[in-house]
Design a protein around this ligand. Structure first.
Ligand code: FAD
Ligand code: UDP
Length: 397
C-alpha cells in the first residue's frame, strides 16, 4: 500500500489533519500512533467501575471558532456543559465569619476570582464595597489579569490583588510549575483572570460542551474514512529516517507530506539537548457514593500537594448512582523516564530558543510539518490545535 501523506500521532492535531486530507484532499493517509489508542491526551474510557474518565487529565471543550466547532460537530453530538470551578482553601481566621464557615471549616469561592469570591473572602458587606471599588478602577474591562492588578498603586486595590495572589495564584502556580507567577510566561496566569462580574464560568467561549458519548468515539469517527489507515501501538521513530533533507519510511523514500505531532527534540535524537516540560501524576480514586464534590473541578489553591481534584461525572453527565471516580493532579518536572508524558511545555526565552534550533532543523526537510502542542512547543487548547490542523491541511489541498 502506498500513501500520499504520513501523520505521526492520532491526537487532535493528527486526527483533524488526517480527516481533512483524506476527505477533501482525496489523499491516502497513514496515521502512526505510539499509544494503544487514538485521541492523544483527550482520550477517555470507562474505568473498572464503569465510570467514564479522562485518562490524561480533565478535558473540557470550548471555542469561539465556529469552523472548528462545526467541523468537530460532524463527528459528535454535544452535551451542554459549562465548566465551573471553585477554590478550596483553609480559612485564615476561621472565627472571623463563623456563619459562613463550611462544614469542613474550609473556605470556598469561584475561580476565576469574581465579585462573589470577593464577598466570600472579605464578608458580604466589605466584599461588596471592594467589588464596587474594583469596577470603578477598571470601568471598561470585564476582567483583569492578576499581574496587571498587582501593578495598581491604590492601597485598597493592592490589598485585593495581594489577597488574590496569595489565596489563588502563588501556591497553585508553585505546585503546577515550581515557579511563581512572575517567573512563568504571563500568558499562563492570564488564562485565569480576575472577573469583574458575577459570571462564574471557567470559560467564556461561545461554544462549550462535552462530546456526548465521549472524546474517543469522536476521534474514532473522525478517523473512520476509507482513505485513512491508523496503526496504533507503533512508534513512528522506529520506522522513520530523516537525513539530507529527505524522509524515509520503512527504508523507502517517502515523498508526500509528513505531519509530525510528537516532541520536536525526540524527533532529532535530542541533539541540542532535551526541551524542558512538566509532567503530571494522576491519582484516581473510585468511591462508593453518588458524588464526592459540588463541582467538576475543585482547585486546592493554598494547601495540599495536588493542584486540583476533578470528578468526572460532573463533566460527562454520566448517570451512575452509588459510584464516582475522582482524580488528583500532581505536577512535577519531566525527566524523560520511561512512561512519563510531557504534558506542558515550559514557555520562556531560553526554552523557546532551544526549540527554535529544532524547528530550524525540521525546516531543512521541505515535506516535514511540525504540528501540535508537543511539536510546536506551545500551550495550545484543543480548539487551537484543531484550527491549526485544518489550516495546515487546507494549505496542502
Ligand atoms: P497530543 O494529544 O499530545 O497527541 C500527540 C499524539 O502523538 C499522542 O497520542 C502521542 O502518543 C503521539 N506520538 C508522539 N510521538 C509519537 C511517535 N514517535 N510515534 C507515534 N505516535 C507518537 N485543552 C482544552 O481545550 N480544554 C481542556 O480542558 C484541556 N485540559 C487539559 C488538561 C491537561 C492535564 C492537559 C495536559 C492538557 C489539556 N488540554 C485542554 C490541552 C489538550 O490536551 C491539547 O490541546 C491537545 O491534546 C493537543 O493535541 P495534540 O494532537 O497536539 O497532542
Ligand atoms: N492558576 C492558579 N490558580 C488557579 C487556577 C490557575 O494559579 O486556581 C494559574 C496556574 O499558574 C495555572 C494557570 O493559571 O497553571 C492556568 O490555569 P488553567 O486552569 O488554564 O491550566 P490548565 O487547565 O491548562 O492546566
Amino acid at each position: 500500500m502506498t500513501y500520499d501523506a504520513l501523520i505521526v500521532g492520532a491526537g487532535y492535531a493528527g486526527a483533524v489533519a488526517a480527516r481533512r486530507l483524506a476527505e477533501d484532499g482525496n489523499q491516502k493517509v497513514l496515521v502512526l500512533e505510539r499509544r494503544p489508542h487514538v485521541g492523544g491526551n483527550a482520550y477517555d474510557c470507562l474505568d473498572q467501575a464503569g465510570v467514564l474518565i479522562h485518562q490524561y487529565g480533565p478535558h473540557i471543550f470550548h471555542t469561539n471558532d465556529k469552523r472548528v466547532f462545526d467541523y468537530l460537530s460532524r463527528f459528535t453530538k454535544w452535551r451542554r456543559y459549562q465548566h465551573r470551578v471553585v477554590a478550596s482553601l483553609p480559612r485564615d481566621n476561621p472565627e472571623a465569619v463563623p456563619a459562613r464557615r463550611d462544614a469542613d471549616g474550609r473556605l470556598s469561592f469561584p475561580v476565576p476570582f469574581n465579585l462573589d469570591s470577593m464577598e466570600a473572602a472579605f464578608g458580604a458587606e466589605e466584599g461588596a464595597r471592594l467589588g464596587v471599588k474594583l469596577l470603578d478602577a477598571y470601568p471598561a474591562q470585564s476582567q483583569v489579569t492578576i499581574l496587571e492588578l498587582r501593578r495598581n498603586s491604590d492601597p485598597e486595590i493592592a490589598a485585593i490583588a495581594g489577597y488574590v495572589y496569595e489565596h489563588v495564584f502563588v501556591h497553585y502556580t508553585m505546585k503546577q510549575w515550581g515557579q511563581t507567577p512572575e517567573e512563568i510566561d504571563p500568558a499562563t496566569t492570564a488564562r485565569v483572570p480576575v472577573r469583574l462580574s458575577r459570571d462564574d464560568r471557567y470559560f467564556m467561549d461561545a461554544y462549550q460542551g462535552m462530546p456526548l458519548e465521549g472524546y474517543t468515539p469522536m476521534f474514532e469517527r473522525m478517523l473512520d474514512h476509507p482513505n485513512i489507515t491508523v496503526e496504533t501501538g507503533v512508534d513512528a521513530l522506529e520506522r522513520l529516517d530523516l537525513a539530507d533533507s529527505a524522509v524515509k519510511l520503512d527504508g523507502e523514500a517517502f515523498c508526500g507530506p509528513v505531519i509530525y505531532t510528537g516532541q520536536a527534540d525526540e524527533l532529532f535524537g535530542f541533539r541540542f539537548g532535551p526541551l524542558p516540560y512538566r509532567t503530571l501524576d494522576f491519582g484516581f480514586e473510585t468511591l462508593p457514593q453518588d458524588y464526592f464534590q459540588s463541582h467538576g473541578t475543585v482547585n486546592y489553591t493554598v494547601d495540599g500537594d495536588y493542584t486540583r481534584i476533578t470528578e468526572f461525572k460532573h463533566l460527562t453527565g454520566q448517570e451512575k448512582p452509588g459510584v464516582t471516580t475522582i482524580m488528583k493532579e500532581y505536577s512535577r518536572s519531566y525527566t524523560g523516564a520511561d512512561g512519563e508524558i510531557p504534558y506542558y511545555a515550559i514557555i520562556n526565552p531560553d526554552n523557546n530558543a532551544l526549540y527554535a534550533k529544532y524547528k530550524a532543523e525540521a525546516d531543512q526537510y521541505p515535506s516535514l510539518h511540525l504540528l501540535g502542542r508537543l511539536a510546536e512547543y506551545k500551550y495550545y487548547n484543543m480548539d487551537a490545535i484543531a484550527a491549526r490542523a485544518l489550516a495546515l491541511a487546507d494549505s496542502m489541498i
